[in-house]
Design a protein around this ligand. Structure first.
Ligand SMILES: [Zn+2]
Length: 92
């Protein structure tokens, strides 16, 4: 039985993001370390499907978006701006 190489390398270690301003999405994302021993912070790696998502700084909205789209079973909710109420929009 041969093993096909997969697109995403599940053997690599994913390192948790450390430091301040840790968003809850980092429960599900981490970083790969490159050959030089630096964490590649350009891409957040999903711990569940190993897809790399480009993100910048502390902006985690696209990471939360990925969780909600690809892993809805987690029922992840990012505490962001409250949902806008549609009440009163239909008033004529
Ligand atoms: Zn994923």
């Amino acid at each position: 039985m041969s093993v096909k190489p997969t697109e995403y390398d599940f053997t690599r270690q994913i390192y948790d993001r450390t430091g301040t301003a840790r968003s809850a999405v980092w429960e599900y994302f981490g970083y790969y370390m490159n050959e030089m021993g630096y964490l590649d912070r350009n891409y957040a790696i999903c711990k569940l499907c190993r897809v790399g998502i480009k993100h910048q700084g502390s902006n985690t909205s696209n990471l939360a978006y990925h969780i909600n789209r690809k892993h809805p079973e987690l029922q992840f909710t990012l505490k962001q701006s409250p949902p806008t109420s549609a009440n009163g929009e239909n008033s004529r």
